[in-house]
Design a protein around this ligand. Structure first.
Ligand code: CP
Length: 315
């Protein structure tokens, strides 16, 4: 594997899941793989899980990890080609990415959608610039349009907890006070489409995901109907793709509650975290024994370590 930007960078999902199982069973089994190699974890946005799990995954492989918070500890970057740099930006991505690539063997990047210009966000301007200019393998730690490390951790968690060969997995929109990118939902759909699950997507009208992710899926606008017989409920908020970046509704009726979970087949509850309690999901669901959110977060080490292992093995 020489990059991990989205699901297209993996050759076989079943093989990757098998490898993840081996990594989880024996996390220190490849301790010398990363010897004398290094990774730069570059954050343009906040993080708790991605930041810590990526460092832990690197340590488990003997890989030296350095974290850089671009906006807090580095120069403000310019991404536009041909820009006259007489404003706030002191360094162009062409030099910055090339320099980082000269210092490290792998670069991992977090750069959220700005939710101002859909075409610009969906062009993956920042992620693509690093791929183009840094000259070393790049890992997506959540970009404008996708969060593949999260989707892989989600799928590992579903595989560990499923009771039937092809479980019913429901991606449900849930209310949130702020505009959130579509990245987690996009990747979840992308990965579940390839995985051996029966996926249902439910959200209020106006929250349809981008056609390239939605494919042939017809959203179920009745959340209760979507929940029927579900084995896994995956809650996530996202802003509108069609009315780009807008919060069209914040209807509290879409919050995940114990009453709604009763419509399911004793479903497990999932969320990528961070989650706003009693806004997205009520305490009683999150604190129940059916909540998988902590295991899901723990599997973020496994997903990153599996990707890093494959990358180091192909160097
Ligand atoms: N789920 C996730 O990516 O968490 P962080 O934003 O805290 O990294």
């Amino acid at each position: 594997m020489n990059q991990f930007l989205n699901i297209k960078d993996i050759s076989s999902l079943p093989d990757l899941l098998e490898e993840a199982k081996e990594v989880k069973a024996n996390p220190f089994g490849w301790k010398s793989l990363g010897k004398n190699k290094s990774i730069c974890l570059l954050f343009l946005n906040p993080s708790l899980r991605t930041r810590l799990s990526s460092q832990r995954a690197a340590q488990n492989l003997g890989l030296d990890a350095v974290v850089l918070d671009v906006d807090a500890g580095s120069w403000k970057l310019e991404f536009a080609d041909g820009a006259v740099m007489n404003g706030d930006s002191a360094e162009h991505i062409r030099e910055a990415a090339a320099v980082i690539g000269a210092y490290f063997d792998v670069v991992a990047i977090r750069a959220f959608a700005e939710l101002k210009d859909r075409d610009e966000d969906y062009s993956e301007k920042i992620l693509s610039a690093f791929v183009n200019y840094c000259g070393v393998p790049v890992i997506n730690m959540e970009s404008s349009t996708g969060h593949p490390l999260q989707a892989l951790a989600d799928l590992i968690t579903i595989e560990e907890h499923k009771k039937v060969a092809k479980p019913k997995v429901v991606l449900t929109w849930a209310p949130h006070p702020r505009a959130i990118p579509q990245a987690v939902a996009n990747s979840f759909v992308e990965w579940m489409t390839v995985a051996d699950v029966e996926l249902t997507i439910t959200h209020p009208k106006g929250y349809e995901l981008a056609p390239q992710y939605l494919g042939d899926f017809k959203p179920e606008y009745d959340q209760q109907k979507a929940f029927e017989d579900a084995d896994f409920i995956y809650a996530k908020n996202w802003s509108s793709y069609t009315e780009y970046g807008k919060v069209l509704s914040n209807d509290p009726k879409w919050m995940i509650t114990v009453e709604k979970m009763k419509f399911t087949n004793k479903a497990k509850f999932m969320h990528c975290l961070p989650v706003r309690r009693n806004q997205v999901v009520e305490d009683a669901v999150l604190d129940s024994s059916d909540s998988l959110v902590i295991e899901e977060a723990a599997n973020r080490i496994v997903s990153m370590q599996t990707v890093l292992k494959k990358m180091l093995e192909s160097m």
